[in-house]
Design a protein around this ligand. Structure first.
Ligand SMILES: [Zn+2]
Ligand SMILES: [Zn+2]
Length: 146
């Protein structure tokens, strides 16, 4: 019994170490990478440990609008995320959110953390698909005239 508990927390630490490297991870990706080192690992265990890490305040779940995909990251200072709508990459934006706190004077409670998303097209996708910017109606009109 005792041995089992130790193994479970070992798995949690392995998952945390992966998140602590930075970036944003799906549970499936974490499972795929750690499965090689921990053959007894299951996807359900990964989920359980991610939720446990979140309760411990060491990890955060990132749920993106309109996607069933959820990502996880190690808890750090509040930051915004840039989300590419073409390749779905998620990058941290180092924006100082403390200025926002001054604007949140009428919150009917205590703010614990602020999470925000900025949606757009990343530089790589802009290079590969220049037409991806065509969703801007004025661009389309200009192209038609040319
Ligand atoms: Zn992209
Ligand atoms: Zn992040």
């Amino acid at each position: 019994m005792k041995e089992k508990r130790i193994r479970r927390s070992f798995q949690r630490e392995q998952i945390y170490q992966l998140l602590a490297q930075g970036g944003h991870w799906s549970a499936e990706k974490i499972y795929e990478l750690l499965k090689k080192e921990i053959p007894t690992l299951s996807l359900a265990t990964v989920y359980r440990n991610l939720h446990a890490l979140q309760e411990e305040g060491r990890a955060r779940e990132i749920a993106l609008d309109g996607w069933d995909r959820k990502l996880w990251e190690a808890a750090r200072t509040p930051h915004l995320h840039f989300v590419c709508r073409v390749c779905h990459r998620v990058e941290d934006l180092d924006v100082n959110l403390s200025a926002l706190e001054g604007l949140l004077v009428h919150v009917p409670g205590k703010v614990e953390h602020i999470r925000g998303f900025v949606y757009g097209i990343c530089n790589d996708c802009l290079k590969q698909h220049p037409s991806a910017t065509g969703s801007n109606p004025t661009e389309e009109v200009r192209d038609a005239d040319a």
